[in-house]
Ligand binder design. Structure first.
Ligand code: ATR
Length: 282
């Protein structure tokens, strides 16, 4: 039920029609019987500042940001959480009691929470993690791995310069960050305990990811952040050789929980029923 007292939040993107967030937050609002609304907002790139500034004026509790607004929002919000600054992107905005905009990044939390929920026995100290890609999603994943206490992360990316920038930008002494040229280098994979694809390869409508997992131990967890299709080529091949696999939908579901809690006052649960409900749209 939505009354005149409803708590309101939403997602800004351009385009926004593909976003699964309204469906996801709508499920939780209904589940908890909250007087609230979560709406899609199609905001053109050059209007993002005006749109964010309008949030307190309109009485919004905050919003999520998706492509292409996440990076630009860093310069607009009044306060940026240090981890969001490190990642270089804001995906969650909270309007505080004084009407100030606070920017956070929950993608890295979503990544780690999803991994822990799918493979509870995962031990961040068990060995090196390999990350395919060096874009925005890779930055959130690498920060998640650093925050979780992984001691070595190996970045494999097509464009060397982007991998170098990621390694230099995120190195902080806690975790060794190393980079490899694009491919499936044996020395990067042989003792890895986790492999994560953060590239767009394997996504519906994109080129396939060329996979050669020979050198990867069969005990290594294989995770894809692509979730359309849910079982990507990478995950299918990993599963066939016995590796534990983690699909990409969990990261989307788990990244949404902190925002929902801040705006609507309830910590929501990520359940198999929620996953089924959200995926029934894709
Ligand atoms: P996102 O924010 O989703 O991470 P992005 O910043 O555009 O998106 O990053 C996309 C990632 O997919 C990059 O690591 C990109 O590699 P480059 O740095 O070389 O561009 C990777 N990627 C996309 N298409 C690729 C392809 N055909 N082959 C190899 N890597 C590809």
């Amino acid at each position: 039920m939505t009354t005149g007292m409803a708590k309101v939040a939403g997602v800004m993107g351009w385009p926004v029609a593909h976003s699964l967030s309204p469906r996801l937050h709508g499920y939780w609002l209904q589940q908890h019987g909250i007087d609230g609304a979560y709406i899609p907002m199609a905001v053109q790139p050059d209007k993002i500042e005006a749109a964010l500034r309008a949030l307190p004026v309109l009485g919004f509790r905050g919003c999520n940001l998706t492509v292409p607004h996440k990076e630009r929002a860093l310069d607009i919000v009044d306060h940026v959480d240090p981890v969001a600054a490190r990642i270089g992107a804001v995906n969650t905005v909270i309007v505080d009691e004084k009407g100030k905009l606070k920017g956070f990044n929950t993608d890295y939390i979503g990544f780690i929470e999803s991994l822990k929920a799918s493979v509870p026995q995962w031990n961040p100290k068990s060995g090196p993690a390999v990350v395919l890609g060096a874009g925005g999603a890779a930055r959130a994943v690498v920060v998640g791995l650093i925050e979780a206490g992984v001691k070595e992360v190996r970045i494999i990316n097509r464009t060397e310069e982007k991998a170098r920038a990621l390694v230099e930008g995120l190195a902080d002494g806690r975790t060794q960050l190393r980079r490899w040229p694009w491919g499936w280098p044996e020395e990067a994979l042989a003792d890895a305990t986790l492999l994560v694809n953060t590239t767009t390869l394997g996504m519906k409508g994109q080129a396939a990811l060329d996979v050669d997992m020979k050198a990867l131990p069969p005990t290594a967890i294989v995770m894809d952040i692509v979730y359309v299709p849910l079982m990507t080529g990478l995950l299918q091949q990993a599963q066939a050789r016995g590796n534990p696999v983690v699909t990409g939908i969990g990261m989307l579901l788990h990244q949404a929980a902190p925002g929902f809690e801040a705006w609507f006052g309830v910590r929501p649960a990520v359940t198999p029923e929620l996953e089924k409900f959200v995926l029934s749209k894709t």
